[in-house]
Design a protein around this ligand. Structure first.
Ligand code: ZN
Length: 313
């Protein structure tokens, strides 16, 4: 099927993970860290009026560290599976519906939509950030519904898709998403595999899915879109994806620094200035042949296309 609309020959999707009302520290109010990071995104959106962005949001963020900090607990049998491997915020501290002014500000951002990025962004046990790992289908379903409830109660519209924390999407999560008829997931990141028409992913998260094209998974009617580009990728990689008629799946993470962790693709001035140059190059080279779109809109076209072509009944 052709998932591209009209005269488009390739597509660009941009998404940001870890959106949450960042915890205040010292004299800084809750949410100010997120506002500073998103200011970079606003600058980019103002310079490229065709650009749209999906903000993958954690409705009740509890993580205080990107890496385990309670290492001694990881050495104890049983205990290691019952405890968080790092300090966590109390449940509800950063729940979106308790931070209305932050949500009001989010809703005022132009050309963004909001997907789900876990519920708390932590879990008990060694795989601390892989929130959906080890969960049953029923538990995954409950977590998704709870995330939707919190976002809705906060007044934040939510698109029917998930970017799972730490790229981890066990079969139980996929099945739960199918149960709820969610439309898309982005759970593979591959920044290394050479660009080719039939290339598949070999990086983080799902392996063996298409590197450059949206793809219907054999679970419900769930569409997968791969992240194949980030701050460390070369412009040539992006241009190669366009030449092959693919989708550039660009990822950023909200915070450049989280404790001692430094994200290579954190939203900072350097990254958005790089994307500004890249987008200008794409516009100059391809003009109206590029579909600047969102994961939700891509998934909607794939779902309609596969129904019409009879690929999935
Ligand atoms: Zn995350």
């Amino acid at each position: 099927m052709n998932w591209l609309p009209g005269q488009a020959t390739a597509a660009v999707c941009f998404s940001v993970d870890d959106l949450h009302p960042t915890a205040g520290h010292d004299a800084e109010p809750v949410g100010d860290g997120a506002r500073r990071a998103i200011a970079h995104l606003e600058w980019l959106l103002a310079r490229h009026p065709q650009l749209r962005v999906t903000l993958f949001t954690t409705p009740d963020w509890r993580s205080r560290s990107a890496a385990p900090t309670r290492r001694w607990r990881g050495t104890l049998p049983l205990v290691r599976h019952l405890c968080h491997a790092a300090d966590v915020l109390p449940r509800g501290t950063l729940r979106l519906d308790r931070h209305r002014s932050f949500v009001t500000w989010l809703r005022g951002l132009p050309r963004v939509d909001f997907g789900i990025h876990g519920l708390h962004h932590v879990r008990r046990g060694p795989a601390y950030l892989q929130e959906y790992a080890g969960r049953s289908r029923r538990q995954c379903r409950r977590m998704i519904v709870r995330a939707q409830q919190i976002m809705t109660a906060a007044g934040l519209p939510v698109v029917p898709g998930i970017a799972p924390p730490a790229w981890t999407s066990p079969r139980a999560l996929l099945a739960a998403m199918a149960d709820l008829d969610l439309h898309f997931i982005t759970s593979a990141r591959d920044l290394e595999t050479p660009i080719a028409a039939g290339a598949v992913t070999h990086g983080s998260g799902l392996r063996g899915v298409s590197l450059i094209a949206p793809q219907m998974l054999p679970v419900g009617r769930l569409v997968h879109v791969t992240t194949n580009f980030q701050a460390t990728s070369s412009p040539d990689r992006a241009m190669a994806i366009l030449r092959h008629g693919g989708l550039i799946g660009i990822k950023a993470h909200l915070l450049k620094r989280f404790g001692s962790y430094v994200a290579l693709d954190g939203l900072d001035r350097e990254y958005v200035e790089y994307l500004d140059r890249l987008f200008t190059r794409i516009e100059d080279a391809c003009g109206p042949r590029i579909w600047w779109t969102t994961l939700a809109d891509v998934a909607a076209r794939v779902r309609v296309g596969t129904r019409e072509s009879g690929v999935v009944s």
